[in-house]
Design a protein around this ligand. Sequence first.
Ligand code: LMR
Length: 329
Amino acid sequence: MKMIRAVFAGALALSFSAGAQAQAPMVVKFSHVVAEATPKGQGALKFKEVAERLLPGKVQVQVFPSSQLFGDAKELEAVLLGDVQFIAPSLSKFDRYTKKLQVFDLPFLFDDIAAVDRFQQGPEGKALLGSMKNRGLQGVAYWHNGTKQLSTNRERLARPDDVKGLKFRIQASDVLEAQFRAMNANPQKMAFSEVYQALQTGVVDGQENTWSNIFSQKFHEVQKTIARTDHGVLDYMVVTNAKWWDGLPPDIRKGLQQAMDEATAHANRLAEELNQRDRKRIEEAGKAKVQLLTKEDVAVWRKAMEPVWKKFEADIGTDLIQAALKSNR
Ligand code: LMR
């Protein structure tokens, strides 16, 4: 009798703990490298809000901004290892996984973010979301940030000659490396979290980034001039582990995809607004001078960066470049 009671109690305890486990929400981690007051920061928070609303008690989303969980160097591997479920690296940071996404780094390719959006939502752009599946990564969305501006610790920054010999921090992209070499400058690949200090201590003289990244990282406080070049795009692909994603229970995957779609719409609606707000804040702060460029100046920058296209045409594919060009209208 005693034994029966003990077995019964054990079985009860087991079924309780199994029940408790079944009810524990699945923890989904979203890690990124920027501040929360940026388009990507806001997108990640929106994803959490909607996912937890659509999947109450089933999913808990934890968002880690500002490289708190993983920085540039580790985040892609962390997704593959299952240590984090979602990240949103800039399109410049996938070099090691596919050469196709390099199309986004070609200088002066897109007229504006609306053109970038048309390309991303078109058949070629959508296909790129699945281009790293053989490497274990599934793209689930594109998020906008905006166009890049060039900044240095020098007074003069109107023409490519003004950056000759200067050291620039770049994202981990061979196209961006070639872009700065084409201007006879010295590019240095560096994680985003290290840029402020590198600018402050003079390890590098300059960098390129969007207004929202410049403002939220206070780069304008350690740079003398920011030229409004709009010479390239800084956008993101939200990626997850392909195996994990495909293996999710259908209701969870559906809810997460819907949350991702809402977060995407939210981040993309905000992107332009936040960048313009931060451009004004930088101008008002009066620390770095914002250098306006004439049409002639821009034409000279464009010409200086032109050789980059030829260099990467074969890797990217002319068809893809043509499709991207067609989105300008
Ligand atoms: C950078 O490294 O400059 C950017 O990619 C950071 C980001 O995620 O916007």
